[in-house]
Design a protein around this ligand. Structure first.
Ligand SMILES: Cc1cc2nc3c(=O)[nH]c(=O)nc-3n(C[C@H](O)[C@H](O)[C@H](O)COP(=O)(O)OP(=O)(O)OC[C@H]3O[C@@H](n4cnc5c(N)ncnc54)[C@H](O)[C@@H]3O)c2cc1C
Length: 461
């Protein structure tokens, strides 16, 4: 554990006088609560924490950090806190109080302040029959998820969430509030979308919404002993489905908690989760081949778009977890066998959830006006995670997550993805190793070429 750098008390007091939010340094009552991320394994010990209550607070915090030589580490929910360390010379800029959301049904857009969670957008959007490209969990932050790319249940139909951003308001490293969109600061606009956010602190995002009021969605549960069979059948089936259907093949070990329904408690399953943005009859026809495998439990039904947040059964509260993931070029039967060997019925594993998401569809087609990730040239995404409440458990589950990733190395795509990364990724090594060049006529920099943005590469230290 590193020791946080001391910030002079008079400087801290001046900053507190300057902001309407709160400022904490080590030793202050409230410091421990303010530094706590959703991801409980992250023991963040920054030099100073600012809980911003307005965009003006964000500006003041960025200017303060700049003048005191502190790295600025923006954070909303803290779901993605694992790769953020070390923070001992950092100002942790919490945006979690900034949760204002405005829906414009006429333009089918949403404006979400930097600390908004997906439930803050998905629920009011649904009042207008609209859906956002939200993550599987309702409490994941809109900003971090979107800047990292954003794989939603509608990803194969509408692409990455990052490429549905229509404008961003942000504070650059020199403390200027700028609005970026295709016409204004297009270089920043390009770098933000999919680049992970290292070029400034976002105070609000505007994004496209889509006319998807309902979906045919659910989960098929099979005994874990059928892991390799079900996963390889699922993979073949994914090659037959339209872009309106996004699915996940998964192995889940459900903890024996009293809050879990008895039918599921303490059991292990191989599962297929799927969401079809269309009518029930077509959805049922599409799911039929999987149903013919005789699942033990079948939850498919027509659901309102915000209920998608329950499909993946993400933890409802903060958890201590470790994980690892990779994009996969393919997931053939040999890969399903390799996965089952690591986490199937006979495996002694601490990984409670291992999932393979089907990509392709709109994710494959380059967005001409997209950001740093105009397309995802991989067909599946792997992610495995385990609950790890002690340092020993972190070592065990973390090691097993890495081993799982290594076991599927023959099928890895040639680049990674921020939202699957639980280890630090610099702005010089963003999601795609082979970054597509930005449109030449806009003179936009690639992150690894962005020397003139260096000053605003906030997370590069
Ligand atoms: C339970 C769970 C479910 C998930 N489901 C999905 C999913 O379905 N699809 C998917 O794609 N990903 C998913 N993820 C991954 C998730 O998208 C990333 O962890 C993401 O970074 C979380 O964003 P956040 O804002 O909630 O987290 P934070 O930890 O608050 O932010 C993550 C990072 O985003 C950047 N950032 C945050 N706010 C700002 C800001 N205002 N300005 C500039 N940069 C900022 C910072 O680099 C920060 O470290 C999931 C993660 C978890 C734990």
């Amino acid at each position: 554990m590193s020791t946080a750098r001391a910030v002079p008390p008079e400087a801290t007091a001046a900053l507190q006088a300057d902001v309407t939010g709160d400022v904490f340094v080590p030793g202050d009552p409230g410091y421990d609560q303010a530094r706590q991320a959703w991801m409980l394994t992250a023991d963040q010990r920054p030099a100073i924490v600012v809980e911003a209550a307005s965009a003006a607070d964000v500006t003041a915090a960025v200017r303060f950090g700049h003048s005191h030589g502190l790295r600025i580490a923006p954070q909303g929910s803290g779901h993605g806190a694992a790769p953020l360390e070390p923070l001992d010379s950092a100002l942790l800029l919490r945006t979690s109080r900034l949760r204002g959301v405005r829906i414009d049904p006429d333009t089918r857009t949403a404006r979400a302040e930097a600390g908004a969670l997906w439930q803050d957008v998905a629920v009011p959007a649904a009042d207008h029959g609209l859906a956002a490209l939200a993550g599987t969990a309702k409490d994941v932050g809109v900003t971090g998820y979107t800047l990292g790319g954003g794989l939603s249940w509608l990803a194969r139909r509408y692409g990455l969430a990052a490429n549905s951003v229509t404008a961003a308001e942000m504070i650059t490293a020199d403390g200027q509030l700028v609005r970026t969109d295709p016409e204004h600061e297009p270089d920043l606009f390009w770098a933000l979308r999919g680049g992970g956010g290292g070029v400034g602190v976002v105070t609000a995002l505007e994004m496209q919404l889509y006319p998807v009021p309902e979906l045919y969605a659910g989960v098929l549960f099979f005994p874990i002993q059928r892991a390799a069979e079900v996963l390889s059948f699922w993979r073949e089936w994914t090659t037959t489905v339209p872009d309106e259907l996004t699915s996940i093949g998964r192995i889940l070990r459900i903890p024996p908690l009293p809050t879990v329904p008895e039918q599921l408690r303490g059991r292990a399953f191989v599962m297929v989760e799927a969401a079809y943005a269309g009518d029930e009859k077509t959805g049922a026809d599409l799911i039929a081949p999987l149903r013919n495998l005789a699942p033990e439990i079948d939850t498919f039904a027509t659901i309102p778009a915000p209920a998608l947040s329950q499909l993946h059964m993400d933890p409802p509260e903060p958890v201590p977890a470790v994980g690892d993931g990779a994009l996969l070029a393919d997931f053939p039967a040999a890969a399903a066998d390799a996965l089952a060997g690591q986490v199937g019925a006979d495996a002694d594993t601490a990984l409670i959830s291992v999932e393979v998401r089907h990509l392709g569809g709109a994710l494959h087609r380059p967005e001409t006006d997209g950001g740093t990730l105009p397309s995802v040239d991989a067909s599946y995404a792997l992610y495995g995670t385990g609950v790890a409440a002690t340092p020993e458990a972190v070592t065990t589950a973390g090691g097993q997550a890495h081993a799982l990733k290594d076991a599927l190395a023959p099928w890895h795509a040639s680049y990674g993805f921020y939202n699957l990364a639980d280890t630090p990724a610099s702005v010089d090594a963003p999601a795609a190793r082979d970054l597509p060049a930005p449109p030449a006529d806009q003179n936009q920099p690639r992150p690894e070429q962005c020397d003139h943005l260096r000053a605003s590469c906030l997370s590069s230290g």
